[in-house]
Write a protein that binds this ligand. Structure first.
Ligand code: ZN
Length: 139
């Protein structure tokens, strides 16, 4: 089901509670544009994409291009997938975003960029849900 400008406006208003926007911003006009670009994603996917966006360091109001890749990735993850499958997909996708199990993220390789980029997993959390991980651990 497509997401229309009305639902999109709700989403933008939610984002506007977090990010400051100019007082004269016409959210309803923006919602029409966002709906043209993102409207083919179902609303629940877009809501998840916004949630994910809000957990990043970004401090500006999300543009359609910010939400698009998040929504696409969330949509491509089958609903029936287990945590194990999600973790596999996460590895295959290049460990983009937090680990589905323990929320650990890729560490910055540093200015020299030579060190291997790694995720330090929470081994205990992985044991609890019985999903294996590869690489170093944080505990
Ligand atoms: Zn992990």
């Amino acid at each position: 089901m497509r997401t229309g400008p009305i639902e999109m406006l709700d989403l933008l208003q939610e984002a506007a509670t977090v990010f400051s926007i100019p007082r004269d911003t016409q959210l309803d006009k923006m919602a029409e544009t966002y709906a043209k670009i993102l409207g083919w994603f179902p609303l629940d996917i877009l809501k998840k994409a916004l949630q994910e966006y809000l957990t990043t360091e970004t401090r500006r109001f999300p543009r359609p291009g910010d939400l698009y890749p998040l929504a696409k990735r969330i949509q491509s993850t089958p609903k029936s997938s287990t945590l194990k499958d999600e973790t596999m997909t996460w590895y295959q996708d290049g460990m983009w975003g937090p680990c589905p199990v323990c929320d650990s993220v890729l560490e910055d390789p540093g200015p020299e960029g030579k060190k291997r980029v790694v995720v330090h997993h929470d081994a205990q959390r992985h044991r609890e849900v019985d999903v294996p991980f590869s690489g170093p651990r944080s505990n």
